[in-house]
Design a protein around this ligand. Structure first.
Ligand code: PLP
Length: 295
């Protein structure tokens, strides 16, 4: 990703865990940009480079109506002056989500495809041979290569023994694992319910020598992808009040809940140093009614 797009300052926020002898530091990738934030920058970087180098007529990608990936792709292409098409899962809604309105305002052309057609992406890709297609969610080795650069932002990387992040496609987790040091364990918190193919898909992007460093935890999905319970909303508000740390309900809130819960159950040995990657995604919170969140 050309650096001019990255506006905000990224930093590390230490979180004090009362009663636990653990250091928890949060890498604030959400600060990259107020709307288009987090890991999507890193995952898109080398796809965009390939598209530019290959002189394609434009870029296209896939996602749902609330997708952080769709909005990030729209923003990046608009900034770089690249024509961009978003294939959106499901029939055209009567009322566009805020994410789709924003993507459209950023000149992304929206094409709605039925769920059946969306499942068979090859057919769509073959119909547009001039476009460079980025896989849904930026999944793939090219996405993982960009995500590996996330750890370059950490000043004292070797100090940490655990690195924790949310996992959707597992691309970010794979990239982080490839860049991790041999004494570090990388833990991905799956935000999907029973996504048992995630390990295999993630490991397909991990270099052989790093495969032993990574594991996925499946116990903190709160009902499934983009689903939540009041308990999660209360947790997000508490974390905001106690630490001024904004979380999103799809990814980072579930992962942060997991890390605190696992710490409480003594998953991490005493004196552990944990790096939590706040992967952004706060724009998704705009789908809540005003007043639901305190931030
Ligand atoms: C997309 C996204 C993820 C998931 O990344 P994967 O590489 O698909 O696992 C995690 N956090 C946020 C905020 C995201 O937007």
């Amino acid at each position: 990703m050309p650096n001019e797009i990255r506006t905000g300052e990224i930093n590390i926020q230490p979180i004090l865990l009362k009663q636990l002898n653990i250091q928890l530091d949060v890498l604030r990738l959400d600060k990259i940009h107020p709307v288009v934030s987090g890991n999507k920058w890193f995952k898109l970087k080398y796809y965009l480079q390939q598209a530019i180098d290959g002189n394609y007529a434009g870029i296209a990608t896939f996602g749902g109506a609330f997708s952080n990936h769709i909005l990030a792709a729209a923003y990046a292409c608009n900034t770089l002056g690249i024509k961009c098409t978003g294939f959106i899962r499901g029939e055209m809604p009567q009322q566009y989500s805020q994410t789709l309105l924003d993507a459209q305002a950023l000149n992304m052309q929206l094409e709605f495809v039925s769920r059946a057609a969306f499942a068979d992406k090859d057919v769509i890709m073959q119909a547009y041979p001039g476009l460079f297609f980025i896989p849904e969610g930026g999944y793939g080795k090219i996405g993982a290569r960009g995500a590996a650069e996330i750890l370059q932002l950490v000043p004292d990387l070797s100090a940490y023994d655990h690195i924790v992040c949310a996992a959707g496609t597992g691309t970010m987790l794979a990239g982080i694992t490839n860049a991790a040091l041999p004494h570090q364990q990388c833990i991905g918190i799956s935000v999907l319910k029973n996504n048992l193919s995630l390990e295999k898909e993630m490991l397909a992007l991990v270099e052989k020598q790093a495969a032993g460093l990574v594991r996925i935890v499946h116990d903190y999905h709160f009902g499934g992808y983009a689903k939540y319970k009041q308990q999660l909303i209360d947790f997000m508000n508490t974390i905001w009040l106690e630490h001024i740390l904004p979380l999103d309900f799809v990814y980072t809130a579930k992962a942060f809940y997991a890390v605190l819960d696992m710490a409480g159950q003594h998953y991490f040995p005493n004196t552990s140093k944990i790096l939590f990657v706040h992967s952004g995604g706060l724009q998704g919170n705009r789908s809540f009614k005003k007043g639901t969140l305190l931030f």
